[in-house]
Design a protein around this ligand. Structure first.
Ligand SMILES: Nc1ncnc2c1ncn2[C@@H]1O[C@H](COP(=O)(O)OP(=O)(O)OP(=O)(O)O)[C@@H](O)[C@H]1O
Ligand SMILES: [Mg+2]
Length: 600
């Protein structure tokens, strides 16, 4: 499995360039919208530059000639130009934003689809905060780039070239002078760009780590509370938060230092132009293109145009930065999109129609990490309707055994077969829905009780949901809740007790009516009455299906058709309760030590 915890590298790397190309291919799919937006933004810029020409004519033709008619005309023309510019501005913003949103919508859906395809094991080893940040923040950065970066990359050169055209038309000499200042500005812009980029990468990393703390701690508040670690967490957050502020300040300092510096340089350049131009006007120097002397209007016009050009040069930085961020973010986003599921289905996978309950583990070896074998040579044959109990000390591999059945993981060697079909050769969607799991620790969704039960079978009728809840001995306590079945369960179901949560999980499983039931019995301390109800509910659930139960309660174990005693990933004993008890081996030791405590 690839490690997706890479940090952003400074500058464009080979891999981020590759991701950038892929991103641009994605962007290209919305070309009509985006090109529409870009064309509008180009017109917007051209309108602005045209206004410099109007100012020139206003001053030279109207003011200079004291022509009131022309004065009114140019005033209205100015208004008209800006009105038209307004229309273009609207479509430019709307279309480029629309394009950006569409690209990001698609990327987010692809990320999510890819994640849904990943195995159980993938999520056991990942930080959720990190994944959330990828889907929300990184795609956000990409959106910014598509919305503003892409169109600016297109618009800025046009703005500069058209501006220069007008400047040259007004005064080639002054434009030439402007070119003397321009490199100095570009130099400062480049230096500032580099510094800003480094600062902003550090800032992004800082924000990401703040987010990871937030998601992780807030989703494990019960642990924080139970260890009274609030103060510790407050301090930890405050430290991280403060670091974020400091990092932001560094970035602001750089921006505060360089931005006005670029403006100052620009102003020096403009002052220089005004000085040279003013002298030319006083001396009546001739414009070689028009053959006429430089006019006050032309000087003012060139002033406006140059100012616009300097601003655009300054924007190049922004575009460059946005592109690098977006490419790096795209790299992380595509990493998720392109992940190959570690549990893959063969294309000629067979369908297992209805599971009768013939299941076999044959010489199964399994390890989570290559250096530690967790299951050794497991051989079990199960017939329809059997109840198989797994017992053993903590860490002996019981849950791992159970996770191999739905193919949450693949075995290293050996095979798991259902109805004689190796599950690696079968369509997952044909057998997994026929399995029901009641985990040791049920997490309820942030939804109503009804919706939580209905997750067992989307589309179940209310009647069926009530029936399932009744069978799980959950109906009574649900009816006592403020809004009955419509009561919202808080995040992670904290307002429902452990025993109640488990009965909801059982109701879910009853509603699903699976052919194979996998039960991780809770060892958690539920009260005696709750326990009895859970026991009864479980018995009902185990009827008429094949059941694997990781058992801690004697009642479950005593009635099991076969008990597998596990030790360090091996099945060391197997048989029925009485036989094993008599045998006086590992089971007897385990029974005497722990199991009988679970008896009621
Ligand atoms: N996702 C995982 N990644 C790596 N190792 C794991 C993972 N899950 C379990 N293990 C390891 O595999 C071994 C068996 O764990 P397993 O959860 O199957 O034990 P168990 O018998 O269910 O224990 P318990 O009774 O405490 O639930 C343990 O050594 C455990 O540390
Ligand atoms: Mg376990």
């Amino acid at each position: 499995m690839e490690d997706i915890l890479i940090t952003e590298k400074i500058g464009l790397t080979e891999s981020s360039k590759k991701a950038g190309k892929k991103l641009l291919a994605q962007v290209w799919r919305y070309k009509k919208t985006l090109i529409g937006g870009m064309v509008c933004s180009v017109f917007m810029t051209l309108m602005f530059n045209a206004s410099a020409l109007i100012v020139k004519n206003f001053i030279d033709d109207a003011l200079g000639a004291k022509n009131i008619e022309k004065l009114v005309f140019y005033s209205w023309l100015m208004v008209a130009i800006f009105a038209v510019r307004w229309v273009f501005a609207y479509f430019a913003t709307y279309l480029t934003t629309l394009g950006g949103l569409k690209v990001v919508e698609e990327l987010r859906n692809k990320c999510y689809t890819s994640l849904q395809g990943m195995s159980f094991g993938f999520f056991e080893n990942r930080r959720v905060g990190e994944l959330v940040s990828r889907i929300s923040n990184d795609t956000g950065v990409v959106q910014m780039f598509v919305t503003s970066g892409v169109s600016e990359a297109f618009r800025i050169p046009i703005a500069i070239i058209s501006g220069l055209g007008i400047a040259i038309y007004m005064s080639p000499k002054l434009t030439l002078y402007a070119f003397i200042v321009l490199p100095a500005i570009a130099g400062v812009v480049a230096i500032a760009g580099k510094m800003m980029k480094n600062a902003s990468i550090i800032l992004q990393e800082q924000i990401a780590s703040l987010n990871v703390i937030l998601t992780e701690i807030l989703s494990s508040m019960h642990i924080v509370k139970s260890f009274s670690m609030e103060e510790y967490e407050i301090e930890r957050f405050a430290k991280e938060n403060n670091l974020t502020v400091e990092t932001t300040l560094t970035q602001v300092k750089i921006r505060a230092l360089y931005s006005p510096m670029v403006e100052l340089l620009g102003a020096c350049g403009l002052a220089f132009i005004l000085w040279v131009g003013g002298k030319d006007i006083i001396n009546g120097a001739i414009n070689p293109i028009s053959g006429k002397p430089l006019t006050t209007g032309a000087l003012l016009g060139i002033f406006i145009v140059l100012q616009q050009i300097f601003t655009q040069v300054n924007r190049i930085n922004h575009v460059n930065l946005s592109l690098q961020h977006a490419f790096a973010a795209a790299e992380r986003t595509f990493e998720i999109i392109d992940m190959k599921p570690d549990i893959r289905e063969k294309h000629n996978a067979v369908v297992i129609p209805e599971i009768m309950g013939n299941i076999e583990f044959k010489n199964v070896f399994f390890s989570y990490n290559p250096d530690e074998v967790v299951l050794h040579d497991i051989n079990v044959k199960v017939e329809p309707g059997m109840v198989v109990a797994l017992v053993g000390s903590s860490g002996s591999g019981k849950s791992t055994f159970a996770k191999l059945l739905p193919r949450f993981y693949d075995v290293d060697s050996g095979s798991v077969t259902i109805e004689g079909v190796d599950i690696r050769d079968a369509k997952i969607a044909s057998y997994r829905p026929q399995m029901g799991m009641v985990p040791q620790d049920t997490i309820l969704f942030c939804a109503t009780i009804k919706e939580n039960i209905a997750y067992g079978r989307i589309g179940a009728s209310d009647e069926e949901i009530y029936e399932a809840a009744k069978a799980a001995y959950a109906h009574d306590f649900i009816m006592e809740m403020p809004e009955g079945y419509d009561t919202m369960v808080g995040e992670r179901g904290v307002t429902v007790s452990g025993g109640q949560r488990q009965r909801i999980a059982i109701a879910r499983a009853i509603l699903k009516d699976p052919r194979i039931l996998i039960l991780d019995e809770a060892t958690s301390n539920v009260d005696n009455i709750s326990e009895k109800y859970i026991q009864k509910a479980l018995e009902k659930l185990m009827e008429s299906r094949t059941t694997f139960v990781i058992a801690h309660r004697l009642t479950t174990i005593r009635d099991a058709d076969i008990i597998l005693v596990m030790e360090n990933g091996r099945i060391v004993e197997r048989g029925r309760h009485d036989e094993l008890y008599e045998y006086n081996g590992a089971y007897r030791r385990l029974y005497d030590l722990t199991l009988q405590n679970g008896d009621d």
